[in-house]
Design a protein around this ligand. Structure first.
Ligand SMILES: Nc1ncnc2c1ncn2[C@@H]1O[C@H](COP(=O)(O)OP(=O)(O)O)[C@@H](O)[C@H]1O
Ligand SMILES: [Mg+2]
Length: 311
């Protein structure tokens, strides 16, 4: 039986067992209510994501900066650059990528606002990780953030939590600034002063901050746990997306995974080896809410925005 056949069979088994799999249905518009059903324990729905097609025409700049209700500094995300790189930007015309992220975010948002919400600790803390560098974590985190920020009822805090290969700010066209590491080193700093409000309505960014040789230790520290607890509860109304380090080369992501309510595990199609994926999923095996996303899938299946599921 092929992987796809196994996946379809698994999906049917889940449905037969009475488990609702709302993300397998046709996606609605952004404003559609999030699903209210529980998802299975240890779900590992593999969703293929195509390689983004670079846009010829840059998107218009968002004119009105959004005050996140904090003392946040204002920064400008370079939307023209992001659009040229093929990322989702506000008012992007409908594309395969926009459709894909509509589907990807639904179960994640469903776990925040739906019936499963009470059963998950810190459901609004979503960690995007993968096995190795370069598999598309930052790409997925940024697009997920843009997609959720386009929702009527969700604000987003996108956190650069990858000190080893911090590229989020540069990708967004934002100059380096203090952030996560500074807060861990100096607990007296107020998070509100470090969070950057952006020109994308309902999207704020927390930089990784000043580079530090002790970043690994800091990430695994009790201070990090306290900080994530503070973020998840103080900004309870926000979806917090952690652009995290890869799981295998260092201990940082492993430590972070213990504190995130939901994990989006990125696998790069045609590149990440099966053994590598199994090793990573082994690290995450006790986590109750892991979604697996197949990034840069190609071939005929990539033409479908709904793709296939595997486990
Ligand atoms: N689906 C995709 N379509 C187009 N470009 C992508 C896609 N996924 C990743 N990339 C690009 O590949 C490069 C590596 O991805 P990145 O998100 O930085 O990986 P990571 O954060 O895992 O190290 C970046 O230039 C990113 O924009
Ligand atoms: Mg990255």
């Amino acid at each position: 039986m092929s992987t796809i056949e196994q996946a379809v069979k698994r999906l049917e088994e889940l449905r037969a067992a009475g488990v609702d799999v709302p993300w397998a249905a046709t996606p609605n518009a952004d404003s559609a209510p999030a699903p209210t059903t529980a998802v299975p324990q240890q779900p590992t729905s593999v969703r293929p994501l195509p390689t983004a097609v670079k846009q010829a025409e840059p998107a218009p700049q968002e004119a009105k900066p959004q005050d996140m209700g904090t003392r946040s500094k204002q920064v400008e995300i370079d939307l023209n650059k992001l659009a040229a790189l093929g990322y989702i930007v506000p008012h992007a015309t409908r594309s395969l990528l926009v459709d894909e992220f509509r589907v990807i975010k639904r179960p994640l948002l469903g776990n925040i606002t739906g019936a499963a919400a009470g059963k998950i600790d810190r459901p609004n803390l979503i960690m995007v990780t993968s096995s190795l560098p370069g598999e598309g974590k930052t790409f997925v985190a940024a697009n997920l953030a843009m997609s959720i920020a386009a929702e009527l009822n969700h604000t987003v805090l996108l956190v650069d939590a990858d000190p080893s290969r911090s590229s989020l700010l540069e990708r967004l066209g934002i100059p380096p600034a203090q952030g996560l590491i500074d807060k861990l080193l100096h607990p007296d700093l107020d998070l509100s002063d470090l969070i950057l409000a952006t020109n994308v309505p309902k999207l704020a960014v927390l930089p990784v901050g000043t580079s530090n040789a002790q970043a690994t230790e800091l990430f695994a520290s009790a201070s990090m746990d306290l900080l994530l607890e503070e973020m998840a509860h103080r900004y309870r109304d926000r979806v917090i997306i952690l652009d995290a380090p890869p799981l295998l080369p260092s201990a940082e992501a492993r430590a972070l995974s213990l504190h995130a309510g939901q994990i989006l595990f990125v696998v790069q199609a045609g590149r990440t080896h099966q053994g590598t994926v199994q090793q990573s999923l082994g690290i995450l095996q006790d986590h109750p809410m892991v979604y697996t996303l197949l990034n840069q899938s190609r071939g005929p299946k990539a033409g479908s925005p709904y793709g296939y599921y595997a486990y």
